[in-house]
Design a protein. Structure first.
Length: 283
């Protein structure tokens, strides 16, 4: 049953052009509240954060690592505030970032380290690993191929707990790459991008499973017929398509994105990295 869930997810990744929804209710035991515990703990930590200066951050008087935006973001572990100084992708969101197996300890919140560790193990060991094993089956690769060829993914992963700060938005904005259409009518919180990874796992903090993407959208390209013996062959029209909201979100569903690394390895013929963004859904 579990194998079938992952195989269906990978099938959807392929036919949807690079994203799929993975139900978590079958993967989380009744005693495992890893997702809910991590989100609840992170909310408390965000509420307690105080920025003492540009290079010092505290939670209830205890100092925590403040990320230096001048350093390589691939190795970040710590906290960053919502600011354009932390890159265009963090202009409207604050967050905790964890790289390469590193964890954070907050002295004022004794559950923070254990809850985030449990969350990481669930997302990596159960969700991401399950998806990667299913991708290996789809590509007829040996089991654990990615770990063997690229190194253990648990020590070469980055994960985030982010909180958007909608109140600080400017006027409606567009991504830098207009004409990718249709970006003028909403405020963009997270600009259009693809992820530099094999896959990405996104879980949005809302109860259970709700309709809509809570602002998360994917760019679905239009398909043009090409001259080919196969009448069904088509190729995407560059910059032609529409932004579509993810159909569901919440603590009981994971949104899986194909990253640019996997897209490169499969030459975009099987799995393609899909452009996505986050807009203010005013809800």
């Amino acid at each position: 049953m579990i194998v079938q869930i992952f195989d269906k997810c990978v099938h959807d990744l392929e036919i949807n052009g690079g994203y799929a929804l993975l139900p978590l209710s079958e993967l989380l035991s009744s005693s495992n509240n890893a997702v809910s515990n991590a989100f609840d703990t992170a909310r408390c930590a965000f509420d307690e954060i105080k920025l003492e200066s540009d290079d010092e951050c505290t939670v209830d008087g205890s100092s925590i690592p403040l990320i230096d935006p001048s350093t390589d973001s691939g190795g970040w572990t710590g906290y960053h505030k919502a600011s354009h100084l932390n890159g265009r992708y963090n202009q409207h969101r604050q967050g905790f970032v964890f790289s390469n197996g590193e964890l954070l300890k907050l002295h004022s919140n004794i559950d923070f380290e254990s809850d985030t560790k449990q969350f990481f193990h669930f997302v990596h060991d159960v969700v991401a690993s399950g998806v990667l094993r299913a991708i290996e089956r789809r590509l007829e690769l040996p089991e654990s191929y990615f770990d063997k060829e690229l190194g253990p993914t648990d020590n070469a992963s980055q994960w985030h707990l982010k909180q958007y700060q909608v109140d600080e938005l400017d006027e409606p904005s567009s991504d830098e790459t207009t004409p990718l259409s249709q970006q003028h009518d909403q405020k963009v919180l997270l600009p259009m991008h693809t992820d530099p990874s094999l896959i990405s796992v996104v879980i949005i903090d809302s109860p259970r499973v709700l309709e809509g993407g809570k602002g998360l959208e994917v760019f679905q390209t239009n398909c043009a017929k090409v001259t080919s013996p196969n009448e069904n062959d088509c190729k995407p029209k560059k910059n032609s398509g529409t932004w579509k909201a993810i159909t569901h979100h919440g603590r009981d569903v994971a949104i899986i994105f194909v990253g640019s690394v996997l897209s490169y390895l499969t030459k975009g013929q099987v799995f393609s990295a899909i452009k996505h963004r986050v807009v203010d859904d005013c809800k």
